[in-house]
Design a protein around this ligand. Structure first.
Ligand code: WT7
Length: 629
C-alpha cells in the first residue's frame, strides 16, 4: 500500500489503470471489515452511479479508533492548540478519544438519533468537533459539518436541505482577538427550521446564551450520564458517511454525499502516500474541519492511519504572524499542510516571524485549495522547509474525497506551481469545448476524470439529477471538475483555475450566483453581476457590478451596507472586495451577462475586451469603463 520510490509509483499507477479493481481491493484489504465486499466496483458515469466495495460491512470509527487501541492507545490522536498561545495545549490519546466518542455517541442515541439521521455540526476548531464527527459515524448518523463562518441563513438552508434532526454547537468561538457567537447564530437559524428536535451546546467562551427547555442541552452535562461503551453500528460500504455543502455555479450550495467504505479507503491511502506519513509523525493541517480538507486530512485520513493530528483553534496572524511556526516548534510538527492564501499572507509580514522558531522537525510541506504562485511556492519551500523538505502541491475537490493530482513527498520530482502527476487510480483527461479528448503533451483543456476512484462523490443530497447535471453531463461519460488545466511536455499537470462561475477566495469556494442573489436582496439594488479578479493575498477577490434604483448619495456607505447584507445572507467570507455602481450590464440579446467583459474590466484590462458587437447595448461597456456613477 505504501509507495516508496518513483519506480514503485509508476508500477502502482500502471496496475491501477490496468486492473483498478485488483488494485483497490488490495488497498482496501488493509482495513478492518466486519464482512468482506462482494463486488469491488460497479459504475455508470452516464447515470452518475458509482459503488465501491458493495456488500462490505464496516464502521470507519473502528478503523480510526478501535483498531489502534492495543498498539497505540496512549499515543496522542489529537493535539489541540487553543486560540490563545498562553493557554495550555491539550493532548488527547487514542484511548481517551475512543472513550469520549463512545460517550458522546451514547448522548446522540439517548436523544433518539439513529442510523441514517442527519446531524448538523456548527462548532469552532475544538476537540469536541472531532468527537462530534466521529460519534455520528459511530452510530451511523450522517454528519453535515457547517463551517463556523457561515451565517444563520446558510446554516438554516443546510439544515433544511438535509432535514437534520439535531444540531451540535457551542456558546461561542474564540477567533484571534474576537469572540464570535455560535449558539445565537444557531438560534436565529432554527427560527427557520422545523426538523431539529435537539441542540447540544458545548461550553467554550462562557458567552451568555439562551437555552430552550426541552430542546437545548449542555454537552458537559449530557456526557456525565451516559455509558462509555458504544458498539459501532455495522455500516454497508455504500451507506452515507457525511454530507458536506459546497458552492457551484448556481445559487444554491449542493450537499456532496460521501459513503463509508470508499471514502475511508481513499482518504487514508492518499494521506499515507502523498505525505509519506511515518508512524509517530505529527501532522498539522491548518484547514478548518468545516471544509473537506479538514474532514479528510485532520480527522479521517490521519486517524485511520493512527497518526497524531494537530487541531488548531486560531488564525495564522494572532497574536502575530509567527503563530503557525510557533505551533510547529511547540509540537515538533513533521508535516504541515496549508493553503497558498495563508502562505502569501504570512510572507507579507517578513521573515522575522519565521526565524524566531526552530522548524527543524518539519519533513513535509503541503499546499491545497488554489493554484500556488511561484513566489509563494519558493518562499514556503526555502524559508519554512529549509530548502530541503519536499513540497506537495495537492489538487482535489470536495467532490473527490481525497487528493487526486499531487507529488508523493520526496518521491515525485517537483516542479513549482505544478500539481505534477495523478495518484494511482486517477485517470485525468483534458478535453476541448466539444468534449473531444486532447491527447499528447504540451496541451491545455478542461480537466475531466474518465474512471471512478473510491472517494468520488456518490450523489448530491436529495437531488441525484443535479449530481448528474453538474458533473456528468457536460462531457458525457466523464466526471467534469470545472477546472482548466495544462499538461506540459513532461506530462505534468498544472491547474489553472475554474472555468465555470465559481470563485476561489482565500481557498474558499464561492459561487458568483450566490453572491449576486445576496446582493440583489439588498434594498435599492436592481441587479448585480459578480466576477473574480486577481488578488495578491486572497488569490481571487470579489468584484461586484451593481445597478441601483437611484444614484447612491453616499456610495461608500451603500457599499458597506451591501457587504453587511452579503455577510448576513452567506457569511463574511463572501463579502465583495469592490463594488462598482453601474447603469447597465453587458448582456447579449438573449439576456446573458457577458462576464468575460466584466472580468477584463475588473482586472484593469480595458483595452482588450474582444468582440462586443453581439451585445444588446454596447454603450454600457463605455459607461462601465468610465466607472459609471
Ligand atoms: C477547487 C476545489 C479539496 C481541496 C480544498 C478546496 C481549487 C484545490 C488546488 C491546487 C490549484 C486547486 C480547484 C478546485 N484547487 N486545490 N492544488 N491547485 N487549484 O476544495 O472547496 O472543493 O474547491 O479548488 O479550482 O476545483 P473545494
Amino acid at each position: 500500500m505504501r509507495i516508496k520510490t518513483f519506480e514503485e509509483y509508476q508500477v502502482a499507477y500502471k496496475q491501477s489503470v490496468d486492473d483498478p479493481e485488483g488494485f483497490w481491493a488490495e488497498v482496501a484489504q488493509q482495513f478492518q471489515w466486519r464482512k468482506p465486499w462482494k463486488k469491488v466496483l460497479s459504475w455508470d458515469f452516464h447515470e452518475a452511479n458509482v459503488k465501491w466495495f458493495e456488500g462490505g460491512v464496516m464502521n470507519i470509527t473502528e478503523n480510526a479508533l478501535d483498531r489502534h487501541l492495543a498498539e497505540r492507545g496512549n499515543q496522542p490522536a489529537i493535539i489541540w492548540e487553543p486560540n490563545n498561545p498562553e493557554d495550555q495545549a491539550v493532548s488527547i490519546s487514542y484511548n481517551v478519544l475512543y472513550d469520549r466518542v463512545c460517550r458522546f455517541a451514547n448522548v446522540l442515541k439517548k436523544h433518539g438519533v439513529k442510523k441514517g439521521d442527519r446531524v448538523c455540526i456548527y462548532l469552532p476548531m475544538v476537540p469536541e468537533l472531532t468527537v462530534a464527527v466521529l460519534s455520528c459515524a459511530r452510530i451511523g448518523a450522517i454528519h453535515s459539518v457547517v463551517f463556523g463562518g457561515f451565517s444563520a441563513k446558510s446554516i438554516a438552508d443546510r439544515i433544511n436541505d438535509a432535514a437534520c434532526t439535531m444540531v451540535i454547537t457551542s456558546d461561542g468561538a474564540f477567533r484571534g482577538s474576537k469572540v464570535i457567537p455560535m449558539k445565537e447564530t444557531v438560534d436565529a437559524a432554527l427560527d427557520q427550521c422545523d426538523t431539529v428536535k435537539n441542540v447540544i451546546v458545548m461550553t467554550r467562551t462562557r458567552t451568555p446564551v439562551s437555552m430552550l427547555k426541552g430542546r437545548d442541552h449542555w454537552w458537559e452535562e449530557e456526557v456525565k450520564h451516559v455509558d462509555s461503551n458504544c458498539p459501532a453500528e455495522p455500516m454497508d460500504a455504500e451507506d452515507t458517511l457525511f454530507i458536506l455543502y459546497t458552492s457551484g455555479s448556481t445559487g444554491k450550495p449542493k450537499g456532496v454525499v460521501h459513503t463509508c467504505g470508499g471514502y475511508m479507503v481513499y482518504a487514508s491511502y492518499t494521506f499515507a502516500n502523498v505525505f509519506q506519513y511515518q508512524p509517530g509523525d505529527i501532522h498539522f493541517c491548518t484547514a478548518d474541519i468545516g471544509w473537506i480538507t479538514g474532514h479528510s486530512y485532520i480527522v479521517y485520513g490521519p486517524l485511520c492511519n493512527g497518526a497524531t493530528s494537530v487541531v488548531f483553534e486560531g488564525i495564522p496572524t494572532y497574536p502575530d504572524a509567527g503563530r503557525f511556526w510557533q505551533i510547529v516548534e511547540r509540537h515538533k510538527v513533521n508535516i504541515i499542510y496549508t493553503a497558498p492564501t495563508a502562505i502569501r499572507s504570512l510572507m507579507s509580514y517578513g521573515l522575522d516571524y519565521v526565524k524566531k522558531y526552530d522548524l527543524s522537525s518539519l519533513k513535509t510541506l503541503g499546499s491545497v485549495g488554489e493554484p500556488i504562485n511561484e513566489e509563494a511556492w519558493h518562499w514556503f519551500k526555502d524559508n519554512i522547509g529549509g530548502g530541503t523538505c519536499p513540497l506537495v502541491d495537492t489538487w482535489w475537490q470536495t467532490e473527490n474525497g481525497g487528493i487526486m493530482i499531487s507529488p508523493l513527498a520526496g518521491i515525485t520530482p517537483e516542479k513549482p506551481t505544478f500539481a505534477t502527476l495523478p495518484l494511482p487510480g486517477i485517470q485525468p483527461v483534458l478535453v476541448d469545448e466539444n468534449g473531444k479528448e486532447i491527447e499528447g503533451n504540451g496541451v491545455s483543456g478542461n480537466l475531466c476524470v474518465k474512471f471512478p476512484w473510491p472517494g468520488i462523490i456518490r450523489t448530491t443530497y436529495g437531488d441525484h439529477e443535479r449530481c448528474k447535471q453538474t458533473y456528468f453531463s457536460t462531457y458525457p461519460g466523464m466526471y467534469f471538475t470545472g477546472d482548466g488545466c495544462m499538461r506540459d511536455e513532461d506530462g505534468y499537470y498544472r491547474i489553472t483555475g475554474r472555468v465555470d462561475d465559481v470563485l476561489n477566495v482565500s481557498g474558499h469556494r464561492i459561487g458568483t450566483a450566490e453572491v449576486e442573489n445576496a446582493i440583489n436582496m439588498h434594498l435599492g439594488v436592481v441587479e448585480s453581476a459578480v466576477v473574480g479578479y486577481a488578488h495578491d493575498i486572497k488569490g481571487q477577490g470579489i468584484y461586484a457590478y451593481v445597478i441601483t434604483e437611484e444614484i447612491p448619495d453616499d456610495p461608500d456607505m451603500f457599499r458597506k451596507d451591501i457587504a453587511a447584507t452579503v455577510s448576513r445572507i452567506i457569511g463574511p467570507i463572501a463579502k465583495p472586495d469592490k463594488v462598482q455602481f453601474v447603469t447597465g450590464l453587458p448582456k447579449t440579446r438573449s439576456g446573458k451577462i457577458m462576464r468575460r467583459i466584466l472580468r477584463k474590466i475588473s482586472e484593469g484590462d480595458v483595452n482588450n475586451l474582444g468582440d462586443i458587437s453581439t451585445l444588446l447595448d454596447p454603450t454600457v461597456v463605455e459607461d462601465i469603463k468610465k466607472g459609471a456613477y
